[in-house]
Structures are given as C-alpha cells and as structure tokens.
Ligand binder design. Sequence first.
Ligand SMILES: [Zn+2]
Length: 478
Amino acid sequence: MEFLLTNRPRYYFRQISDIPRASRNEKAICEYIAAFAQRQGLEYKSDEAYNIIVNKPATKGYEDVPAIILQAHTDMVCEKNKGVEHDFDRDPLDLYVDEEGFLHARGTTLGADDGYGVAYMLAILEDTTLKHPALQCAFTSMEEIGLLGAQKLKKEDFYGKRYINLDAGGEDQTAVSSSGGTRTKIERKLAFEENDAPSYTLRIRGLQGGHSAGMIHLERGNAIQIAARVLYALSDKCNDLKLCDFNGGDKINAIPRECDVTFSTHADLSDIRTCAQAPIDQIGKELQYSDAGFHAFLEETAKCDKSLSIEDSRQIINFLYVLPNGLQHRSMAIEGLSVASLNLGAIAFENDSLRINHLIRSAAASHGDQMIAQLAILSENFGFHFEVISRYYGWDYEKDSPFRNILKEVLKEKGIEMKEHASHGGLECGVFKGMIPELDLISYGPISEGAHSPQEKMDLSSFDRCYDTLVKILENAK
Ligand SMILES: [Zn+2]
C-alpha cells in the first residue's frame, strides 16, 4: 500500500526519507532543517558536527513555564538486503505500507530510528496552533556510531530544564535510566629477547560472548580473564614461563569469546598439561550453567624466536589476574538492571607493545569514577600506562520526576498504564543529563520493530497516536 501523507508528521517523515542520512553524512539533513527554520522564522544554531538546535518561543500563557528540550538524532543505520540496489549516499528510501499498517522501506532500513523523532519535531516547530512552553529542538548527529554528535553539544546553548528524548519506542513506556560509557586503554612497551625453550599455545574456545551492556550480568566467561587464570596456575608450576604472544577479543563492547596465548617453557609437557587442566576443569564447572560450551586446550607450536623475560611475563600474568571485569553493581530500585560494569574487551601484542581495552559502563558517574581510578591505580603499580580514550555520562534512576508524572497522567487519560524501562546501554539522555545535571528527563516514541536491519518497520497508527500524545504532554507541561 501507498504511504498516505494524511498529517504533517507523516509529511515530514516522507521528506526526510528522501535525504540520505547515514552517520557522518549529515550535512544535507542539517541544511534541510536550517532552511526549514529560516522559512518558519525560528532561531537556530548548528555546529561543525552537524548538530542543529531550533528554538521556538512559548505560546500565550506559557511564558513563565520553564523551557523543554526535545531531542532526536538525524542519522540512521544503513543496512540493505543482499541483492538490493540502493546507494545510501544518494537514493531516497522506497517507502510502503504493509497489510498490517506498518511502514517499511523496500529492501533497506527504514530509519524510523530515529526519523520519527525528527519528523515529530519539525511538525511541532511548524504548527502555530499548539500550546506549549518555550521549546528547544535538538537534532543530533552521529548517534549510531557512539553518540558522537550529542557529546559535541555545548551546555550554554540550552536553557531548558526538562527534556524529552524521541529515540525510544513502545508507546506505553519511558526510559528512566541509562549507563554512561568509558573506553580505556592500558599499554606497556614489550622487551623481547631470544628464546630457546619449546613453545605452546593455550586456546580458549566455545564461549558465548555477547553485548557488554545487555549480557554482562549473565555470568558468561570472559576468554581473556580465563586465559589469565590458566596462565597464573601454569606460571606457578613452570617457573621459567615466558610469554611470546597474547591475543583475545576484538570489540570493546563485546564479551571476548576467544583468546590465544603462546608461551615458552622447559617444563615437561605432561606436567604442563596436568597443571593447566586443573583450572580449566574448575572454570568449566563454574560455567556449567551459564556457558556450557567452554573448552580450552594446549597445542605444541613451532618454537618462538623471541619471548618476554620471565619477570615481565609473570608481571603481565599477575596484572591480568587481578584486573577487574564483569558486573560490579546492580540496581536495588529496578529489578534486573545492571548499573556498573567493566568489560575487559580486548588484549593484543602489537608492534612491541601490549594493549588492553576496557569498556566501563555506569549509570552513576561516581561508580564510573571509581572503576576508572581502580584501573589507573592498578596500571601504575604494575608499570603499565593507563589512558581514558573517551567518556560519556549515564542517567541514574531518580525516584521523583515531575515530568515523568505528566507523561504518566497523559497516558492514563488515554487508558494506558505507563511502564518504566531502564538500560545498561548508552543513550543520548545520559549525555544530556551529564551536560545539564538538573534536567528532568523522559523518553517517548511509537511502536516499531527490527531497528538496524532491513526488517525495520513502524506501526503507522501508533506513529499518529504518539504524536498526539506528545502534543498533549507539551500542553500539560505547565
Ligand atoms: Zn536511535
């Protein structure tokens, strides 16, 4: 079926679907919004990251009410089905509606994440019949590649003290918490020397891994940490153990599933096997319910020409053995919510140096500070260099939120009971909360499915209803 443009939010969704807007290709959408603001006679400000903020004054009777920030991201994930000819740098999306009333893009992602929010804000900015406090509509860039645009915003451009994130779904729920994320790097120069001892490789296999936000609480094995435990037991027995190579994990936000460590020792092979098997069996037992596929084995390999010294090897193994990893805290306010964790995501010997990457997540900045300091202190004491690569803040749950109560009341009038949703992942909400600590936040959006895949679809009647709800929230925000 055809996508009928029966209202202004639909009209703007159609308009922005004609503008390619992959992450980092957001100049055109930013210019489109700037031209729109000019036509509407609205004050706006854009920056070199292609974020753009459009301000709309309060309507009559709302002049003394604190302003509201609305926010959505302009970029979309660009995925297409195999065999589909679509150039995401040039081609408009091919929209259609299925029999169940869901909007799709033929063969590609739809970009309802987060096009719905962009369309809503444009419709609200345009409509002079609405009633609302002063509005600040923030269109942010590069959300899908690490909330990069939002992190470039400047606090002084905002005077709103309440905020609606339009990058959520479900129609009946709001986000109430998200985690901040800190990427860290630990490094150390490696001094290799000639090696004359036989070499072996320890391989850790069969682990499930998973995303470090949603799965960190499931007690899945971390391949790097497991390798460190086996090596720690080995280095006790083989007191001439020397590391030759160490490689585990690749993505900082994924729990590492595999790890390979090559080392040299003159110890007897059967002694090595016996010694390694004890921790492998113990770990297998620990993981029997959470990661039953785990296995590890030793292989004889060609003799390494070079290895680290015995002392350096021992120090690296000890360091890895004590490095914190995994879930640190869970919420006592929200059932099942992880609120502080570390993911020891990757380790590699490369170009004569050792690199270790962690992704630290925390809803409260104080937990993040603590974990960062722990890594820094440990690194310093073991002779490693520690560095924070990047950091954005989280949004810790707040029991009292007057703005959330307004949403709750509006939904109640429509016969919907508001649900609260919390995530250990990162949201732009957290970036805003970090920038403006006194902010009272909610999120809202229509029913959609399959985000980030060509199966992405949005319920059009929900899209229409949620717009009305949003308008009502603004009207009630006295
Ligand atoms: Zn999104």
